[in-house]
Design a binder for this molecule. Structure first.
Ligand code: C5P
Length: 238
């Protein structure tokens, strides 16, 4: 199996306890590129679990910080001590917040760290109507593209976006600006609660850098086998 496909597969460990997350990480060791730890697991199990998981794979710490610049910087500095592979913030925190965050991540890398910073543009749970209720008259897709360009200007290393938008972001921001895309479903599988899904090969063709897959792997009877099947699908883009 091509290691580049494996490196691009990120598994969302959306599990309620440290024990379940560690057991899953063990089963997936060497089969996937990164493990995503989100708010649920981080709030339940804390930084100690992240250290334990790093034995099995690099970590994407998906905590989506959104606060005033100084608070975000200090929160980032706390989690950068774990040297995760990826961290993220909300682009809607504004340019100064993103610049301050990018500065903290750059300083960490200058000191030998590996972390890169992604910005969440527009949550996929916000459609046009939801944005209008918040006072924004933008189309979510236009706003996402606008915020991706701003995130790049502010020194972020990439964005979290739908695979549907990955190509637009790549064209606007360049190949080296990463696109991490959730909402990925293996061919022929149920979308579950995801509204706009793409299969792994489509997402890669459409410009995704990393694919985030959760339940199709973590809820499969054989998670390692499910990951392997997704890697095979990714290979069909070649
Ligand atoms: O189980 P599933 O593959 O749907 O998991 C996708 C993961 O990506 C979940 O952790 C979900 O919270 C996250 N995510 C998403 N859509 C976004 C941002 C994050 O599905 N726009």
């Amino acid at each position: 199996m091509e290691s580049s496909s494996r490196e691009r597969l990120v598994v969302a460990l959306d599990l309620p306890t440290a024990g379940e997350a560690l057991a899953m990480a063990q089963r997936l060791e060497g089969k996937v590129g990164m493990l995503k730890v989100g708010l649920e697991l981080f709030c339940a199990a804390g930084p100690g679990l992240v250290k334990e998981l790093q034995v099995f794979a690099p970590i994407f710490l998906d905590l989506k910080f959104h606060d005033i610049p100084n608070t975000v910087k200090r929160a980032l500095e706390a989690v950068l001590k774990l040297d995760p592979r990826l961290v993220n913030i909300h682009a809607s925190g504004g340019a100064l917040m993103m610049e301050t965050a990018a500065e903290a991540v750059r300083a960490h890398r200058a000191a030998g760290g590996q972390t890169e910073l992604l910005a969440v543009t527009v949550l996929t749970s916000l459609d046009r109507e939801a944005l209008a209720r918040m006072g924004s008259l933008d189309d979510p897709r236009d706003l996402a593209l606008h915020l991706a360009k701003l995130a790049r200007e502010c020194g972020c290393d990439g964005v979290v976006c739908s695979a549907m938008e990955a190509g637009l972001v790549r064209d606007a921001c360049g190949e080296s600006f990463h696109r991490l895309t959730p909402g990925i479903r293996p061919r022929g599988e149920q979308a579950l609660d995801q509204a706009r899904v793409m299969d792994p090969a489509q997402a890669l063709r459409n410009g995704a850098t990393w694919l985030v897959v959760g339940r199709p792997i973590t809820q499969a009877p054989d998670p390692a086998g499910a990951a392997l099947a997704i890697l095979k699908e990714m290979e069909t883009t070649r």
